[in-house]
Design a protein around this ligand. Structure first.
Ligand SMILES: Cc1cc2nc3c(=O)[nH]c(=O)nc-3n(C[C@H](O)[C@H](O)[C@H](O)COP(=O)(O)OP(=O)(O)OC[C@H]3O[C@@H](n4cnc5c(N)ncnc54)[C@H](O)[C@@H]3O)c2cc1C
Length: 385
């Protein structure tokens, strides 16, 4: 494992302590009530977590994307709802504005997003499909009298309906290319814009203290200046955003996998069966050894992808590998940890039950495991056969 530099290690320790002392004692109750933890998010904002990879001139901390990944890993060791709130806000909400936005858009949004005072969201998936985005997209945006008029709907959008949601980047069809394919652009839609409706929260299997909504747009009008970057660049923008996002989701997955190891190491020393702590039995030891192995290899995979990303080297394949390996690790570890906890693993009072419910989405969100395999195969030149 590469040794973390001093600044990274200091950040990791700070977030580790915050997750243990502030998040862990209360998050189970928020989860059961399916309630968004506003005060925890406010404290994360005050710590600068929402501004980690954003330069100081835009109100951020001037760190980098790997710093964000370390924070996500430490949060997800304790709870994934808070971790995904941070991941979606930064990686899907703020970063596209930082990377592709105009000076005016950056000035308008980044200081508040970086402080966590406002949350950003990214509306790509539609009810008709998330893997085949261009094929499933029906949302349109048409220029009319200096304004974009948006019609359509989006499904499963994280952070889109909280009291502090500020802006949603909406991918929409803005025309047809010469070859007949849709021209896709991203348009920034502030919360509360007339014609933009946010549905009530979904009832979810996991991530229950995070905010996920369906959005609808009915003749929703925003100024033409709300176009993010260039017209027709929406597809390229979200491919880049998702490549980075996969490294972040990999870090979050490693955190969940590590959380399973942490909980089991403690429990198997305490729980007695047949005259011994259950950790005495080799069947239990081997399970934990496998869990540790998966966590370690998945962490190496995301560190490697992040290293290439920060060095400006191609990292699409490495990001897909990291996401695939770590979401598998999270899912497998959550299953094994729940088994080790026996009946208590099925009770909400222990975190491993929450880990079990939160692990599955990691194999689905920001590109399913099948999509990761498609990307890896394509990078190996197999898609041309
Ligand atoms: C809690 C939650 C939060 C989310 N947050 C966001 C968000 O903030 N923003 C956003 O835009 N989206 C968000 N999503 C959407 C998420 O990214 C999509 O659900 C995901 O990309 C899969 O898309 P889909 O659900 O439409 O499944 P589909 O694309 O319909 O896929 C269904 C199944 O078919 C498989 N499949 C599809 N095509 C192929 C193929 N060619 N070969 C083999 N198998 C294939 C898939 O792997 C999957 O198993 C979120 C989803 C959830 C559940």
């Amino acid at each position: 494992m590469p040794k973390l530099g001093d600044e990274y290690e200091e950040l990791r320790k700070t977030v580790e302590a915050f997750a243990r002392d502030v998040v862990a004692p209360v998050i189970g109750d928020f989860y059961e009530r399916e309630e968004f933890p506003y005060d925890i998010v406010r404290q994360m904002g005050a710590m600068g977590l929402f501004g980690l990879p954003i330069p100081e001139e835009h109100g951020g901390m001037g760190g980098d994307y790997f710093a964000l990944c370390l924070a996500l890993e430490e949060l997800a060791r304790v709870d994934s709802s808070v971790a995904i709130t941070l991941e979606a806000a930064v990686s899907l909400g703020a970063m596209p504005i930082y990377r592709f936005g105009t000076d005016a858009q950056r000035a308008e949004w980044l200081p508040r997003l970086a402080a966590g005072e406002a949350l950003g969201a990214f509306g790509l998936t539609e009810p008709g499909g998330g893997s085949d985005v261009p094929g499933g997209m029906r949302t349109t945006a048409v220029l009319d009298g200096g304004e974009w008029v948006i019609n359509g709907s989006k499904a499963f959008i994280t952070n889109s309906g909280t009291d502090i949601t500020g802006v949603v980047g909406v991918a929409a069809i803005t025309g047809r290319r010469a070859d007949g394919r849709p021209e896709i652009s991203t348009i920034l839609v502030p919360s509360g814009t007339p014609g933009f409706t946010v549905s009530k929260k979904y009832s979810k299997v996991g991530w229950n203290a995070s905010d996920t909504r369906e959005l609808s747009f009915s003749d929703c009008r925003v100024p033409s200046a709300n176009l993010l970057g260039e017209r027709g660049r929406g597809y390229a923008q979200f491919l880049q955003t998702l490549d980075e996002g996969r490294v972040a989701i990999a870090a979050l997955s490693v955190g969940l996998a590590q959380g399973c190891v942490d909980e089991c190491l403690r429990y198997v020393r305490e729980r007695q069966a047949f005259g011994h702590p259950i950790g005495h039995y080799q069947a239990i030891q081997f399970k934990i050894a496998d869990m540790e192995t998966r966590t370690h290899t998945a962490r190496l995979a995301y560190y490697h992808a992040a290293e290439r990303m920060l060095a400006g080297e191609p990292f699409k394949k490495e990001a897909a590998i990291a996401k695939l390996v770590s979401s598998n690790a999270a899912m497998d570890n959550a299953r094994d940890a729940t088994q080790i906890f026996g009946g208590y693993g099925f009770m909400n009072e222990y975190p491993v039950g929450r880990f079990y419910r939160d692990a599955k989405i990691l194999e689905i969100g920001e590109g399913t495991s099948e999509v990761q395999r498609m990307l890896i195969a394509r990078e190996l030149g197999l898609s041309d056969l």
